[in-house]
Design a protein around this ligand. Structure first.
Ligand code: P6P
Length: 333
């Protein structure tokens, strides 16, 4: 495959009418910010960026230094370009309007600046997740209410995975494309065209230590996978759990699988573990664009009507036939 850079790919997408100049600029700015985050992540202890920041985020979770660094990089990269009307981050309670000093644009950007940050100090892959919505027409000073759009309204979604290589995965709805960072050139190269998720799989990802807290349909589904060829599925399955959503989803996008962070009785009052607006929605858009499925177990994730910026949802996503089986088990009760 000829070496096409992200910039060239985006210009060609724009020429095909698949994205506006402003959306192309937005994606290029996010990609540049991701490169700066990748530099900090890869330096680790050498740059004194490991460990706790000494502060908590709005989720009440202790922030890692790199959580704060990644958040600042994304905000500073995006606030001046004129492509955004406002931003929202997992790390910040309130939405962040574009200040009066800068021009405003047509898009709303949401992100989890460093997902899986509990893995940083043990050198396991982490990532950045982002979601792009349109700012409602005629709204010049967006509020949180203007972000309350279902995932089906996203115009773009993507993630970066900081692993053995740094990869950027992107969809504007017409397929999923992957780009690998050439560190010598400082460019993202188009290495994965039209990524697709196989409809069947033998690999599942779930934090099995929560089994006693799951609802019955999930206990039934996972019990059948564990029973393997001696059970109703008649074949053996394998399990993986990185505890970094970006890494687990990237494996599924690359070779299939099902990822589950279902509702459990420990967190019923919170609504789930993963956040809808900047984790579940962008990953659901990517997974569906790759031929997979993404559900809360009871509802398509992209159909969920948000009511709060940091709300959480149960997540079941990946190989279509497995997700549909989990949904069927929820319907059967
Ligand atoms: P647990 C990381 O903190 C995260 O939000 C996701 O990236 C990951 O899938 C999940 O939480 C891991 O949760 O309970 O296994 O630590």
């Amino acid at each position: 495959m000829r070496r096409v850079t992200l910039t060239q790919f985006l210009i060609e997408q724009q020429r095909k009418g698949l994205m506006s100049a402003d959306l192309r600029l937005l994606i290029e700015v996010v990609a540049r910010a991701v490169k700066a985050i990748a530099v900090n992540v890869s330096k680790g202890a050498l740059a004194g960026v490991l460990g706790e920041a000494g502060s908590d985020n709005i989720q009440g979770e202790a922030q890692k230094k790199l959580d704060v660094i990644a958040n600042d990089i994304l905000i500073q990269a995006n606030e001046w370009g004129g492509h955004l009307a406002a931003m929202a981050s997992e790390e910040v309670e309130e939405i962040r309007p574009i200040s009066g000093d800068y021009p405003k644009g047509a898009y709303l950007l949401l992100f989890d600046p460093l997902d899986g940050s509990s893995n940083i100090d043990v050198n396991i892959s982490v990532g950045t997740i982002f979601s792009v919505l349109r700012c409602p027409a005629g709204v010049s000073a967006p509020t949180e209410a203007d972000f309350m759009q279902p995932g089906s309204a996203q115009v773009a979604a993507g993630y970066a995975v900081y692993g053995p290589s740094t990869q950027l995965i992107l969809t504007v709805g017409d397929g999923v494309h992957g780009f690998t960072l050439d560190r010598e050139m400082g460019s993202f190269i188009h290495t994965h065209a039209d990524m697709t998720i196989p409809e069947d799989t033998k690999e599942y990802a779930i934090n099995a230590s929560n089994e006693r807290f799951w609802e019955a349909p999930v206990q039934r589904y996972i019990g059948e996978l564990k029973a393997g060829q001696d059970g109703p599925r008649g074949r053996d399955f394998n399990m993986r759990w990185v505890a970094s959503m970006v890494a687990d989803v990237h494996r599924i996008l690359t070779r299939g699988g099902i990822f589950m962070y279902p509702m459990d009785s420990k967190m019923k009052d919170k609504g789930g573990k993963l956040r809808l607006m900047y984790e579940a929605n962008p990953m659901a858009m990517i997974v569906e664009a790759a031929g997979g499925a993404a559900s809360t177990g009871r509802e398509r994730i992209l159909d969920v009507t948000p009511v709060q910026l940091h709300q959480r949802v149960p997540v079941v996503l990946g190989s279509k036939n497995e997700v549909e089986r989990v949904v069927r088990y929820h319907l059967e009760g």
